[in-house]
Design a protein around this ligand. Sequence first.
Ligand SMILES: CCCCCCCCCCCCC/C=C/[C@@H](O)[C@H](COP(=O)(O)O)NC(=O)CCCCCCCCCCCCCCC
Ligand SMILES: Nc1ncnc2c1ncn2[C@@H]1O[C@H](COP(=O)(O)OP(=O)(O)O)[C@@H](O)[C@H]1O
Ligand SMILES: [Ca+2]
Length: 602
Amino acid sequence: MEIDSVPVESSVWVGRKRYRALLSRWYFSWTELDKKNREKKTVSVPIGEVVTVAEGRLEIQPQKRVEDTDRDFTLFYVKRSSSSSGGGGGGKGPLWSLGRTQFCCPSRNLRDQWVAQLKTALKTHCPSRPHRLLVFINPYGGKKRAKEIYHSIAAPLFELAGISSHVVVTERANQARDHILKKDLTGFDGVICVGGDGMFSELLHGVIGRTQQEAGISEHDPTVMLQPCDLHIGIIPAGSTDCVCFATVGVNDPVTSTLHIIIGDSQPLDVCSVHHQSTLVRYSVSLVGYGFYGDVLAESERHRWMGPLRYDYSGCLVYLCNRSYQGIVQYLPADPQISSPRDNTRCLSGCRVCSESTERLFPHFDSSSSIYSRQISQYSNESNGEWMSVEGRFKCVSLTCMSSSCPRSPDGLSPSAHLADGTADLILVRDTHPLGFLTYLHRHTTTQDQFDLPFVEVHRVKAVRFTLPLEDEEVCEYEESEAQRTEEVLGDPEKPPVDEIESCRDGSQHDLAGKRQDEPWNKKKGRKRKKKQDFLCGLCCRKPPTVSVWNCDGEILPYTEISCRVRGQLVRLFARGIEEKGGTWKCHKGSRNCKGRCVLHP
Ligand SMILES: CCCCCCCCCCCCC/C=C/[C@@H](O)[C@H](COP(=O)(O)O)NC(=O)CCCCCCCCCCCCCCC
Ligand SMILES: Nc1ncnc2c1ncn2[C@@H]1O[C@H](COP(=O)(O)OP(=O)(O)O)[C@@H](O)[C@H]1O
Ligand SMILES: [Ca+2]
């Protein structure tokens, strides 16, 4: 064995079998040898996927046990298994688990050398691993198991990897966002949420807001380039839909996600900023949806007690209402030469389309710098191009920066969307008969192409605007009162922040606790109110409502007329995109349309 130079090699024993262990620049591997020194099976672990190395015989499951034998060392690393082979997750990517192998060396000296060499390799090759994390747990998310998931699964793994964490169990909505916006974050290498998409959204708003504050950039101007965020976000899934985790990791599994955090994986993510009259309303990474998805969310809030099932229950109710809504959708198309939502490709780990987008999005990016400092020009040239316009009656209008795959829809809302290409997919589902819409919805759960329907169109876009047609008097009146509300909400410091207010279809507004926020000042102004048609009892009203609400990553937006801008690679997650399962992937929509062009074609 040689020290301080690679490769390093020696004989070791694993159980009763003899192996040759080899540490090369990027891998640690061990090859079984037979009695005649012939090589048999080799196991190879990338240094980047080694969790830790420890002297002696160490176990952490079912409980921690250390046996300090002086010729042994234990290696912990990432091990993959198929997500369909049990263990939960139920996804597209492989499930990760903690691999553990105990090696016995010929001498104590050699053991010490192996441990030292492996630790040096980890330090040298994995400089971006987190050392200290700020963890937010939402005890009420999903099936209310977040605390248990964190303490029984994630915390022991962090401890094993030598990562320290400061844990905040939230006591109210928006606590995590406010903490990130206001508290001292010195020394933290990342923020973690244990919860669902709503909880992730809080961290997203905190991290983006904080970064812009520090850079002195206004978040409200849709034409100004925002500063990309260096503080990574990790998601340990414990929510209802967990779409962001599923679409960036490939499975909803707390062990897999914790291991991605430990090894410091980094996945850039597009974010959509949603504005109303040049004021930032919210950010979104998965779904900005009007019509069906807005109605499902609004209805589901009444049934929170059902947990994740509330979406299926509300989905059925809203489907049976068979509603559609008028609207004008304008969009700025993305470059069709680069990619298209119907090109049958998939955004997988190391995606070429996303990597090439980095250069386009950050032309001044210095890839030689070890610190990821992306310079930005103040104004984006991404707003160039000709706006297109579509007017009509829609069952739903959806905008998604990524595929938005989740266990309910393993291919997602837009299966060929990219995580980090600076574009979003706009899906317009025109009014159709109930069976047609059911076919569209059902195709989200199968491999059939949901865009191959005459009433559906999909566009890859950089920006979108949604307005209501002004022909309907009632709508005019609604809009007028909405504009008034905008002014009042934004201008009055006594009112809760915009994102803590929900608007109902009758134009009334409620804070997150359900308290009405609009009555005093609407009355004060003596405005004529629309006939009462409370959103929450809308399902049983005789006259169907003329406007729906926007669902923005699981939050109801307080405005109907909005504009959206895609902010390419604005944040980074502790993830690496969906890993291809060796050879088991098939063209995602069957081979009929694919003709071998699909990158996943076996
Ligand atoms: C007939 C089966 C139809 C299945 C249709 C599945 C469509 C799934 C699209 C999923 C998009 C997910 C986008 C993610 C949104 C989340 O950010 C967000 C927040 O998540 P959180 O609560 O974890 O914080 N989640 C949501 O807004 C939930 C949207 C879920 C919509 C599911 C709708 C189920 C519809 C069932 C319709 C059944 C019709 C049956 C008629 C007899
Ligand atoms: N302690 C808390 N009490 C009430 N609401 C909270 C708390 N912590 C977070 N929230 C809010 O709960 C909402 C749902 O949380 P999430 O973790 O996404 O669960 P789910 O996936 O079930 O919706 C989020 O919008 C978040 O802002
Ligand atoms: Ca995208």
